[in-house]
Unconditional design. Structure first.
Length: 132
């Protein structure tokens, strides 16, 4: 299978997902300490602080749509439907998600929602390409 531009953007999104996992974990460790992180984590930890909570929620938000993106990109390629629409969709999804993380981390309202909307539009475009 060729590394199409859509696959490259999908791979970049997977890297973003890994960065989000690490950032949320680092923020949580900064709150609770390395001893907690290295330990068995028995008991109920306190709720996350603002930054860790935001990073954790941004990660969860990405993971809600990432399986859809992966399936849509793969299906479009297998069906021979990749092209301008899927490329635009993959670009919108990746760059929307990339912008979403710092906007959420810093608590920027409205613009964060717009970035989410851009990413969601990208996903919709890829799925729509399956039907045209």
């Amino acid at each position: 299978m060729d590394m199409t531009p859509e696959f490259i953007l999908l791979a970049a999104t997977l890297v973003l997902a890994l960065v989000q996992i690490l950032a949320a974990g680092a923020a949580r460790t900064a709150e609770l300490g390395a001893k907690w992180n290295a330990g068995p984590r028995d008991g109920t930890p306190p709720p996350p602080g603002k930054l860790a909570g935001r990073l954790m929620r941004a990660q969860t938000n990405l993971f809600e749509t990432l399986p859809l993106l992966i399936a849509a990109v793969l299906m479009a390629h297998v069906a021979g439907k990749d092209g301008a629409l899927t490329l635009l969709g993959a670009q919108l999804y990746f760059f929307g998600r990339l912008a979403y993380v710092p906007l959420y981390a810093f608590g920027v309202p409205y613009v964060r929602s717009a970035a989410w909307g851009v990413a969601t539009l990208g996903l919709v475009l890829i799925i729509a390409a399956l039907f045209v």
